[in-house]
Design a protein around this ligand. Structure first.
Ligand code: ZN
Length: 273
């Protein structure tokens, strides 16, 4: 390593699809980072945030539809002294998900397929509320399960409906009766609170800072408004059956930008800035 080299580290080692990768660029001594350009997996521009020691850190979701293997990652680092490329070969391990085959009335799935444009509009609306994450961590310490009840459908579950590929489950489900309180998995700011009739129903999105978000769907009632601060464990709404559902439950997600990561792994491991 030359005297004026920045370093790139990506962890944790042995990470698997659905995990959050922690990407850190540390400048050479006496240099100040002024910008970092990096692509990783499906993310065109990884968002970096400055840490107190002058290094910069980003979180990247390891997409659940990828295998294990070696992923060569590179970052273009600008400092007050110049520009350089730093590299890191990240090694991921394969994760195998359960497969579920369900039957649904054909009319119901057909109706859903006919709504593709409208579904896209709903998704674009949610994405529009998640563009500008707060530039520092708002979460603190461990993450909590947002709702009491049985975990019924885990993140990553591969689903076939009437024998046709439907997709992977991008969140976690908790079975609970209508009216059960739903709490914020950690502290943040309410980025979206809206009724989205096609898929998500009554939906709340919390921005936890540094491009980390959590999403709560199918609520019977929303108790928060966009822009307000919310504490860890604070009630944001009630379990319901709004949107595209077959019964009352909470579907909740954790995302890095738009990339869904495994909520149960977030609870087990936390997120360290
Ligand atoms: Zn779900």
């Amino acid at each position: 390593m030359s005297a004026h080299a920045a370093t790139l580290t990506v962890g944790p080692s042995g990470a698997q699809p659905g995990d959050i990768l922690t990407v850190t660029v540390t400048p050479a001594g006496g240099e100040k980072i002024t910008g970092v350009g990096m692509q990783a997996f499906d993310t065109d521009q990884v968002k970096f945030y400055t840490r107190p020691d002058g290094s910069v850190r980003a979180f990247v979701g390891y997409p659940f539809d990828r295998q294990g293997g070696t992923f060569p990652l590179a970052a273009r680092v600008q400092t007050d002294k110049g520009e350089q490329t730093v590299k890191y070969n990240f090694k991921g391990t394969t994760r195998v998900y359960p497969t579920q085959r369900i039957t649904m009335r054909d009319s119901k799935t057909a109706a859903k397929m006919n709504e593709k444009d409208a579904l896209r509009q709903e998704k674009l609306f949610v994405q529009s509320k998640m563009k500008n994450s707060y530039a520092a961590p708002l979460w603190k310490g461990n993450w909590v399960v947002p709702c009491a009840g049985a975990a019924t459908s885990a993140y990553g579950r591969r689903r076939y409906v009437n024998g046709k590929w439907w997709g992977q489950h991008n969140g976690a489900d908790v079975k609970a009766g209508t009216g059960t309180p739903v709490k914020a998995a950690n502290a943040g700011r309410v980025a979206l609170s809206a009724y989205l009739p096609l898929l998500r129903g009554n939906c709340v999105v919390i921005d936890h800072g540094c491009n980390v978000f959590s999403i709560y769907m199918h609520l019977s009632k929303r108790d928060v408004v966009e822009g307000q601060s919310i504490g860890k464990g604070q009630v944001l709404g009630k379990v319901g059956a709004t949107g595209f559902v077959t019964g009352a439950h909470l579907h909740w997600e954790t995302r890095i930008g738009w990339e869904p990561v495994d909520p149960n792994r977030v609870i087990a491991r936390g997120i360290n800035f």
